[in-house]
Design a protein around this ligand. Sequence first.
Ligand SMILES: Nc1ncnc2c1ncn2[C@@H]1O[C@H](COP(=O)(O)OP(=O)(O)OP(=O)(O)O)[C@@H](O)[C@H]1O
Length: 312
Amino acid sequence: MIEFTQVSKYYQGRAAVNALTLNCPEGAFTVLAGTSGSGKSTTLKMINRLVEHDAGQIRFAGRDIRDTDVQTLRRRIGYAIQSVGLFPHWTVAQNIAAVPQLLRWPKRKINDRTDELLGLLGLEPAQFRSRYPHQLSGGQQQRVGVARALAADPDVLLMDEPFGALDPVTRAALQREIRRIHRLMGRTIVLVTHDVDEALYLADRVVLMDAGEVVQQGAPYALLRQPASPFVREFFASSEPGVRLLSLETVAQRMRAQERFNGAAVPYNMTLREALSRFVELGVVRLGVTDAAGQPCGVLHFNDLAGAEPSV
Ligand SMILES: Nc1ncnc2c1ncn2[C@@H]1O[C@H](COP(=O)(O)OP(=O)(O)OP(=O)(O)O)[C@@H](O)[C@H]1O
């Protein structure tokens, strides 16, 4: 969907991004991760031409972005940033409707879309539609920012540290929300973060950057299990790679489906990381597993947490 070929950007003669070649596949959740100053935001902003690249080629849906009118390009690309940037004198509904208005959508369609997005992001439309940004908490503002970026049903959603500056609980809730929305809508998303946990939780594909270059890109599992360089290992090793691996899999992937157990149970879609916590908390070596209807569907053994690798 978005392809960079040998793309560079220079500031005062220094490369902020150097000969970058990367691919953000259609429908995938791509996360640009890396240390501060590694060129993540610059890379993201080059996609919607907030920053113009100096060398190489960027293609969007098969076309060179320089061959597309900037406004047309931006209408196809939603953009959400940490500082939110809501218009302070506009209500929540007016903020969300900004791009659909520009596109002259009929009023009815705009209203329906606004309410749909508010609902999707966990904000009761009747309660929030008419509020102004200053009447919202930081987390609610971030949600409205994401709703606004999604409003005109863009092909791609770009997010630059959209959950930064939030407390851990609200941040986790919004991460769950955006992951759910991604699965629901199958939208192509490119998100920038320097948070290792966030990258691994959200990404189908991680692009790890350092000093303006891609050091490794691929499925989170591959980066954790086969780091291409000491830098990659170091980036993830700062906190418990084993536990991180567990957070990428669910109970259903390791349970023994033919067994039944009458003791404590966990849901099939719980991550193995959470299941590990339950094992330790309860002091047990087996946990029953329940399906979506709450019916027993297998047993998870503590030993199986260290079992065979899933396919990547
Ligand atoms: N407008 C600018 N003028 C000059 N230098 C810039 C400009 N924007 C970015 N840079 C430089 O380019 C490099 C990459 O910056 P960028 O913001 O893309 O990094 P980042 O990985 O997003 O960092 P962070 O996580 O700290 O936001 C940095 O060295 C930065 O100082």
